[in-house]
Design a binder for this molecule. Structure first.
Ligand code: DGP
Length: 118
């Protein structure tokens, strides 16, 4: 069964695609958490960060560079942004096709709420 994101990559499902090449696709998140919220995915599905192998090194590196290019195109490179990869249950991963969240366009606050002391 193709993943949800594979179906967006191939055009079987609609997606607001902002970047695509033969290895990588980026499209706007359906439930944006910030004014800019783009998902950057490898066209060839990898379920989670745990499943990455040496052969994926190049495409994962390119995903970072594509995210930085999109940040420039969206006008948020200078103000700044956050790149997030969620993995499995504790990471809050919902779609099991590796993806990089590019979020920005507002101040994002601390990276994570810290547990209260005492
Ligand atoms: P994660 O929790 O890291 O697996 O993030 C999955 C993201 O995918 C979440 O922010 C919502 C987004 N999403 C889920 N379904 C769709 C969809 O059909 N289209 C788009 N564009 N985004 C989706």
């Amino acid at each position: 069964m193709p993943t949800l994101f594979e179906r967006i990559v191939t055009g079987e499902l609609p997606g607001d695609i902002v970047y695509q090449d033969d290895e990588i696709t980026a499209f706007r998140d359906i439930e944006p958490a910030a004014p800019v919220h783009v998902l950057v995915v490898p066209n060839e599905p990898v379920a989670t960060a745990n499943d990455l192998e040496e052969r994926h090194d190049a495409v994962v590196g390119r995903m970072l560079r594509v995210a930085a290019k999109i940040a420039r195109d969206e006008g948020i490179a200078e103000s700044g942004y956050r790149l997030i990869v969620n993995c499995n249950e504790h990471g809050g991963q919902e779609v099991f096709h590796l993806h990089l969240h590019l979020v920005g366009g507002r101040s994002l606050g601390p990276m994570l709420p810290r547990p209260r002391k005492g």
